[in-house]
Design a protein around this ligand. Structure first.
Ligand code: NAD
Length: 511
């Protein structure tokens, strides 16, 4: 294949890259500040190679200060003890401000991450809805009452904010993932310390600006910029932190669980996936092929929900793969600043090399590349791009069938019976999401019930709503985000048993 067979979008100057890099500083106790030692780090656009942001580099001093600010704000009750109505009104203002600033934030999101500008706009605008939904939970949050314990007893179960929460986020959907966590933590009444990925700090800092503008009290949300060591690590071990919510790789998630165990803080994890879509012969194949193409190339496959493997019935496999290959050629890869672009850049050269190594290994293992399989150069751009890649002849024991590639690489496996399809779908250490395509409702329901995945899509892929909870089984994570369960994660439960009247019989027999 040559790159002439693909749809490429060359460099555009439709939207200007800012002349000055965005200045990223810590937010601690309501004040913006650099690092005590003056250290900074830089982010270059993965698509254009230009300097985009320069960030303060946090150390132990900044992390300790941010945790102290969050602790003191929590204990003061300035947020944790106000009414749900008051919390909701601040959060609704944040949602309005997000919508006001979509363009500004989307540009930085695209420049730091390499994703298409249209998707950054969608991600930022969509996050406003998460804030509105979480605001509704702030007002409806309640515990239980027990009025059946006898005439002299009343029991209530209170839900209380868990306390200080460390929020650690990855680079692939920086603004969206922050909004899957932060408004729910705030709705519960928690205070927070946030560490965004060192590669995509800008929009988290912009969020901090909006929180201040919306009237959030100082110290309720603090942001520390920097790397896993020492910032992230201290956020997971510090005794004044009550909970860690982390989205990122399974390897780092495991290390966080181990680190947090010394203080037994609660840990919620959203980790990797190797998500299957199963295609039965009676499926709407045109629709399924389009969804498979979307599922594997969206965000260049750098997506926890990437449908990186398909399990297709033997009778239709050749035809189906041909359809996906043909559609893949029509997906517009290139400059993320051009609104026509559907797939942008790979986040770093190291990650591009990792994707390429996975493809080479698959070939060495005996799989065959039907499309792509190499580094892509886009005219006028000095960045990392990878060809849309379809690999057939994949067997379940191959690494390409089991490991998260996190790139635009689709593995094709085949099946004969429904039982075999379900066994293949579940044959993974991950359990984030799964999909099934069939016109038979029984086939879909059976699959949905037997799939080991936190989300199952039937005849669709990656539809999401703030109301529908999200999270992973097996090594894809623990705990849930968004929906009502997403609020529960940030709550402690306290029982209050109350006696009515002086009916308690004395325990001590008076002598
Ligand atoms: P990563 O694990 O390398 O980093 C994530 C965050 O953890 C970053 O902010 C990083 O600085 C920080 N970190 C690194 N080491 C740390 C440590 N020892 N202690 C505390 N923090 C530490 O992940 P990434 O490369 O940024 O993101 C890609 C991964 O995220 C993929 O595996 C993907 O599947 C996963 N992901 C999962 C979901 C989900 O909802 N399940 C969503 C998006 C991404």
């Amino acid at each position: 294949m040559t790159t002439h067979d693909l749809t490429l979008i060359a460099a555009t100057d439709a939207i200007g890259i800012p002349a000055e890099p965005f200045r990223v500083r810590h937010l601690i106790g309501g004040a913006w500040q650099g690092s005590a030692n003056g250290e900074t780090f830089e982010r270059h656009s993965p698509a254009h190679g230009v300097l985009v942001s320069r960030s303060a580099k946090g150390g132990e001093a900044e992390t300790n200060a941010a945790i102290a600010a969050a602790r003191s704000a929590f204990d003061s009750g300035v947020w944790s003890r106000i009414s749900g109505k008051q919390r909701a009104s601040v959060m609704l203002r944040v949602a309005d401000l997000i919508e006001r600033d979509v363009e500004r934030m989307a540009l930085l999101e695209t420049l730091e991450s390499g994703k298409p500008i249209t998707q950054s706009r969608g991600e930022v605008a969509g996050a406003a809805d998460l804030w509105r939904y979480a605001a509704s939970l702030a007002r409806t949050l309640h515990g239980d009452s027990h009025n059946t314990l006898g005439e002299d007893m009343l029991g209530v179960v209170l839900k209380e904010p868990i306390g200080v929460v460390s929020i650690i986020t990855p680079w692939n959907f920086p603004f969206w993932i922050l909004s899957q966590k932060l408004p729910f933590a705030l709705a519960a009444g928690c205070t927070c310390v946030i560490k965004p990925s060192e590669m995509t700090s800008a929009t988290t800092v912009m969020m901090g600006e909006l929180l201040i503008e919306a009237g959030l009290p100082a110290g309720v949300v603090n942001i520390v910029l920097g790397y896993g060591q020492p910032v992230g690590s201290l956020m997971t071990t510090h005794p004044d932190v009550d909970m860690v919510t982390f989205t990122g790789s399974t390897a780092v998630g495991k290390s966080i669980t181990a680190a947090a165990s010394a203080t037994l803080k609660k840990v919620a994890l959203e980790l990797g996936g190797k998500n299957p879509q199963v295609i039965f012969p009676d499926a709407d194949l045109e629709n399924a092929a389009d969804a498979v193409t979307f599922g594997v190339y969206f965000n260049v496959g750098q997506c926890c929900n990437s449908s990186s493997r398909i399990i297709v019935h033997e009778d239709i496999a050749d035809d189906f793969v041909a359809r996906v290959v043909e559609l893949s050629r029509q997906v517009a890869f290139g400059d993320p600043l051009d609104p026509e672009t559907q797939v942008g850049a790979i986040v770093t050269p190291e990650h591009q090399a990792k994707i390429d190594a996975c493809v080479r290994q698959a070939v060495a293992d005996g799989a065959n590349v039907r499309l792509g399989g190499g580094i892509l150069s886009v005219p006028g751009l000095d960045g990392q791009f990878y060809e849309p890649t379809v690999i057939a002849g994949v067997r379940p024991e191959m690494a390409i069938a089991r490991e998260e590639v996190f790139g635009p690489v689709l593995s094709v496996l085949t099946f004969r019976t429904a039982d075999e399809a379900i066994a293949l779908a579940n044959d993974a250490s991950y359990g984030l999401s799964a999909g099934v395509w069939s016109e038979n409702i029984h086939t879909c329901l059976d699959f949905a019930r037997r799939a080991q995945a936190g989300t199952v899509w039937t005849n669709t892929w990656m539809d999401g709503f703030p109301e529908l909870t999200f999270g992973g089984m097996k090594q894809s994570g623990q705990g849930r985000e968004i929906g009502p369960y997403g609020l529960d994660e940030f709550l402690e439960v306290k029982t209050v048993a109350m006696r009515i009247g002086r009916t308690r019989a004395p325990w001590v027999r008076k002598r």
